[in-house]
Design a protein around this ligand. Structure first.
Ligand code: FAD
Ligand code: NAD
Length: 406
């Protein structure tokens, strides 16, 4: 009898952690495990805002897949998934196709643009190494260009960030650190540069602890971030952003809009015919969509309901990693001929968000509030713990955040 084929799509948190756990739990002759990813590297999405602002080089964020995969147990295919055909148990790639007995989908998120006029064409998003590197270079180019034009254009120095969720807040925090450095480098007075965060809800970080939200806004405003709260972005063009606040239409001249105002699951999963809600596929507690016993969905493509709140769990790396661990354990059970699968029960350890490299906020262990140095240190501990799981001590030493005083 031939070995079963397990195909894992995407090497984000969900995909790569499924592969790394399977290579520990399965022998080389138990199954053929194949991991497919667009790039030769895995990246830590949770650090991309730093790469986009230019406070951390993207080579710190990416990890060569060959450095963490045991190639005698996992076959790595660098290719782009173009179609998933669950009825035929096949996956189409740009350069070939794969058949599977078990499929794990971990293709991650895309920006949700809600049909806003001009957004797709004119705004940047933070969702890959390529997109983050482009934002960094675009901002630097505009600073460099500013003093090379007879007519000084303010639109080059207005950086607008759409959405004050965790991504938007973390990104403006990095910008607040980076802009003074750029001003020195390009001979631009700091007061000429504006960092503007536009949020539609009546508060930044809607739903988060109000005391910590206030702390975050004070910290960011003190470092020159302007907030437009209750302001709904309506349109983006090449050189302006339009929003509506208190029924008034306002414009900001800018050629740098970074859209951080929402995510959805990768559109490939919807295209495959699974029932979807904003690109996320409802799955049972074994992380399989109804009617597909051979398909597991991990990370931002999966929609898991929290029975207590009757709302879906948010798409986070924390949950993607736990889903990957559970999926690898359940696949191992199936390969060994067991039919009982363990249910997914997220063990939520809290939320910590950075406000630049020297400040942060967080709630951990149910209700312990953190801010300032302790939150910054906690964020680094979380990041290092992930690297330890992925590649052991050598990876922590190579890529970890080990300086707790900066
Ligand atoms: P991803 O990490 O998005 O990985 C998907 C992978 O699939 C990528 O490697 C991609 O290249 C690959 N891929 C995509 N399409 C294809 C294709 N067609 N073919 C082949 N490969 C493909 N969550 C937290 O818990 N804590 C945080 O501090 C935190 N900070 C964040 C900061 C930022 C700036 C952002 C944007 C998000 C943050 N999140 C955080 C959310 C978290 O990053 C996501 O929930 C997480 O990345 C989801 O993991 P994933 O494995 O589903 O997908
Ligand atoms: P989000 O959906 O959490 O926040 C988007 C924000 O944009 C919301 O506050 C929303 O009100 C606002 N918005 C939507 N449409 C708008 C419009 N037209 N104009 C102005 N504002 C608008 O998205 P996110 O911040 O990208 O986060 C995505 C996921 O990643 C979440 O689950 C989040 O928890 C997670 N994440 C976690 C961390 C962390 O734990 N440190 C950091 C980043 C992201």
């Amino acid at each position: 009898m031939r070995n079963p084929n397990i195909v894992i799509l995407g090497a984000g948190y969900g995909g790569i952690m499924t592969a790394v756990n399977l290579q520990k739990s399965l022998g080389a002759n138990d199954a053929n495990v194949t991991l497919v990813n667009k790039h030769s590297y895995h990246y830590q999405t949770t650090w991309l805002h730093e790469n986009a602002a230019g406070t951390l080089h993207h080579d710190r964020t990416r990890i060569q897949i060959s450095d963490v995969i045991n190639t005698s147990k996992v076959n790595f295919v660098q290719d782009t998934v173009t179609d998933i055909k669950p009825e035929d148990k096949k996956v189409l790639l740009k350069n070939g196709e794969l058949s599977y007995d078990y499929l794990v989908i971990g293709l991650g998120f895309e920006s949700a643009t809600f049909g806003i006029s001009g957004l797709k064409e004119n705004a940047f998003t933070i969702n890959s190494i390529n997109s983050a590197r482009l934002i960094r270079q675009h901002i630097e180019y505009n600073f460099a260009k500013y003093n090379n034009e007879a007519e000084k254009k303010q639109e080059r120095l207005n950086i607008v960030v759409g959405g004050a969720g965790f991504t938007g807040i973390e990104f403006v925090g990095e910008l607040a650190n980076r802009v003074p450095e750029l001003c020195k480098e390009y001979d631009i007075p700091r007061e000429k540069v504006r960092i503007i965060n536009v949020e539609a809800a009546p508060t930044a970080l809607p739903g988060f602890d109000p005391e910590l939200v206030e702390y975050a806004m004070n910290s960011l405003e003190a470092r020159g971030v302007e907030f437009k709260i209750g302001a709904m972005i309506k349109e983006v063009t090449e050189n302006k952003l339009v929003f509506e606040k208190d029924e008034q239409r306002e414009e900001i001249e800018t050629n740098t809009v970074v859209w951080a105002a929402g995510v959805r699951g990768n559109s490939l999963v919807e295209k495959a015919g699974f029932e979807a809600n904003r690109g996320r596929i409802p799955v049972g507690d074994d992380l399989r969509p109804e009617g597909y016993d051979d398909v597991f969905i991990v990370g931002d493509c999966a929609l898991v309901m929290n029975e207590e709140t009757e709302r879906p769990y948010p798409p986070t790396a924390q949950i993607a990693i736990q889903q990957a661990e559970q999926t690898a354990a359940n696949l191992t059970r199936l390969i060994r001929g067991e039919d009982h699968l363990e249910p997914f029960e997220p063990d939520l350890k809290g939320t910590v968000a950075s406000l630049g490299h020297n400040d942060a906020i967080g709630v951990v262990f149910d209700d312990k509030k953190l801010f300032g140095w302790s939150a910054t240190a906690m964020k680094k501990i979380i990041d290092n713990r992930y690297l330890l799981k992925l590649g052991g001590v050598p990876l922590v030493l190579k890529k970890g955040k080990l300086n707790f005083f900066h």
